[in-house]
Design a protein around this ligand. Structure first.
Ligand code: ATP
Ligand code: AH0
Length: 362
């Protein structure tokens, strides 16, 4: 191993549930060990500001001056991330990877935007911060996501898993990494909990906790067949998605809550299975991380669709809620070392690309 860094990763995902923070000891190639991790939920006011910024971004669409609310959203993000670092209480770290909040992702227009400022936190915590991980990949013609695959490969190597492993993350959006002895293939898979959360929000419920809402519902496979005709599902991989790319909720306006939730769980499972099949690699196991692994409706439907074991990340000893934050600590070390984080087979970028910007304490 080269020099081992103590890296602190920070991730705020598309579901806007809060900030994940985690420490990882790594040289940016292998995982040496894991440190503490924490998830700090956004306050209602912070979540509202971030939601408003995301909706303003959709209207803005990278045309003209950026919406004023972005500055307010960056204040909220920096404050929430500061709280997460303080709550983690990890002591001195060598480097921080600060993903920020994606408010708009348009790789077809060579644009992606993650809000959050690196410099303030770097000054405050006295260490280098890597941020803006995706822009260079997108500007070079890549999809800008997923970036976690090179970390998923390090996790699979660390766990010494034999054969071919898929790591499927079911957050707001889904993404999958296929780790073989010689290759790393990856793609977003489509919607995960994003449309399900939005649908339940219209019923005043925050999530399909433990599958409670979807459990007794009846999926409408005709609707799903129609949704799966969307351009995203027919594009070649690697591909990436924005949280708001899948506007299916109008089709569920007069559907009972249980049936709607079951339909969206099935949509998640079928779209993930479809992308995995498109990738054409025989798998020995699928390890599921992200909040969707806690939804038995989605997990059961995935297992019905795929002919290898589908297992939650805990079954191989991973702290699933920390994986994305660990990933951005790991990726930050790679940026520091000039190692690439994205590849033609993970984001479609023409050549392996480092990405990320580093700031140092003033
Ligand atoms: N106990 C649970 N049962 C069912 N679903 C759950 C449970 N806990 C979390 N979820 C779902 O998982 C979502 C959050 O997942 P996660 O934290 O992996 O997403 P994220 O990291 O914000 O998104 P992304 O990976 O797209 O950036 C919640 O919005 C909810 O829908
Ligand atoms: C643009 C963006 O922020 N994409 C996220 C999102 O959330 C899940 C999926 O879509 C994923 O590809 C990506 O995040 C993970 C951490 C990644 O880059 O690997």
């Amino acid at each position: 191993m080269s020099k081992i860094y103590t890296a602190l990763g920070l991730m705020s995902g598309t579901s806007l549930d809060g900030v994940d923070a985690a420490v990882i000891m790594t040289d940016g190639e292998q995982v040496q060990s894991f440190g503490p991790s924490v998830t700090v939920p956004y306050t209602n006011a912070q979540r509202q500001t971030l939601t408003d910024a995301t909706l303003a971004a959709l209207t803005w669409n990278f045309i003209g001056p950026a919406p004023n609310i972005f500055a307010e959203a960056e204040d909220a993000l920096d404050a929430a991330h500061r709280t997460a670092i303080q709550t983690l209480d990890a002591g001195v770290v060598d480097i921080i990877g600060y993903h920020g909040q994606t408010v708009l992702h348009r790789p077809d227009r060579l644009k992606t935007l993650q809000l959050g400022r690196g410099q303030g936190l770097s000054d405050e915590f006295g260490c280098p911060i890597v941020f803006d991980f995706r822009s260079e990949d997108v500007a070079s013609g890549g999809q800008g996501a997923p970036l976690a695959p090179i970390y998923h490969k390090a996790l699979v190597d660390h766990a010494d898993l034999p054969g071919v492993t898929a790591v499927l993350n079911l957050g707001g959006v889904g993404n999958v990494s296929l780790v073989t002895a010689n290759d790393l293939l990856a793609s977003d898979t489509g919607p995960a909990n994003g449309p399900l959360d939005s649908f339940l929000d219209s019923w005043g419920i925050s999530m399909d906790r433990d599958g409670d809402v979807s459990r007794d519902g009846m999926p409408d496979f005709f609707k799903i067949e129609r949704w799966l005709r969307a351009d995203f599902f027919n594009r070649a991989w690697p591909k990436s998605a924005d949280r708001y790319d899948f506007s299916v909720l109008d089709d569920l306006s007069d559907v009972a809550i249980g049936d709607g939730a079951a339909t969206l769980c099935a949509f998640t499972a079928l779209s993930a299975a479809r992308t995995i099949r498109q990738m054409g690699v025989a798998l020995d196991r699928i390890i599921v991380c992200g909040g969707g692994r806690r939804n038995p409706t989605i997990m059961t439907m995935l297992q019905m669709e795929l002919d290898c074991p589908v297992q939650p990340a805990e079954t191989v000893g991973w702290d699933s809620d920390a994986i994305e934050a660990q990933a951005f600590g790991y990726l930050a070390v790679r940026v520091m070392r000039g190692l690439p984080n994205s590849f033609p087979t993970t984001t479609g970028v023409p050549t392996p690309t480092v990405g990320g910007r580093i700031v140092y304490p003033a």
